[in-house]
Design a protein around this ligand. Structure first.
Ligand code: CYC
Length: 169
């Protein structure tokens, strides 16, 4: 596990430097956003089941072919697997939000995921859409809980969708 602070120290220690102005600025911004990060995690924690359910409904409404015969989320087993995946993305996003760092996503969620999805025929673009729908729901909830600038919430969700969509070189 890494967070914004340990990642920064790791970089500076790697080159034997004291924390300079850039380091201090990024530490300040991390600590200043601390309360809002915790608020976002609280919003997710208190509403996880309903966020996943709502995002799933919206996704299947937008892309009904997913749950029709031949669709990857067709049959109860695959439908549940899909919502379970959404729940994974949401839970790990809440960790990354608190950490202020994407390392936990790279390490625990994204490693080997595209290969798994490709081998099972799980379509990437609709998965990306599902993650983005959850992002929007979480941002709305955080705003309702008094978070003024919810832009930091984009980071983990956008990181996951970026990594998932990345094309093989
Ligand atoms: C914590 C990290 C972690 C992740 C991310 C994870 C994902 C993950 N999703 C899987 C399957 C799956 N994932 C989906 C998901 C979907 N199908 C769709 O059409 C939608 C677009 C989408 C939902 C948004 C489906 C349907 C399966 C089952 C596919 C199958 O078995 O045929 C599998 C294969 C094994 C299994 O079924 O459990 C893995 C490993 N597992 C993990 O441990």
């Amino acid at each position: 596990m890494r967070d914004a602070v340990t990642t920064l120290i790791r970089n500076y220690d790697g080159t034997g430097r004291y924390l300079d102005r850039n380091a201090i600025d990024s530490l300040k911004s991390y600590f200043e956003s601390g309360t809002e990060r915790v608020t976002a995690a609280t919003a997710i924690n208190a509403n996880a089941a309903s966020i996943v359910k709502q995002a799933g409904s919206q996704l299947f409404e937008e892309l009904p072919e997913l749950i029709r015969p031949g669709g990857n989320a067709y049959t109860t087993r695959r439908y549940s697997a899909c919502l379970r995946d959404m729940d994974y993305y949401l839970r790990y996003a809440s960790y990354a939000l608190v950490a202020g760092d994407s390392y936990v996503l790279d390490q625990r969620v994204l490693q080997g995921l595209r290969e798994t999805y490709n081998s099972l025929g799980v379509p990437i673009a609709p998965t990306v859409r599902g993650i983005q729908i959850m992002k929007d729901i979480v941002k709305t909830m955080a705003a309702e809980m008094g978070v003024n600038d919810t832009s930091f919430i984009d980071q983990p969700f956008d990181h996951m969708t970026r990594e998932l969509s990345e094309q093989d070189v």
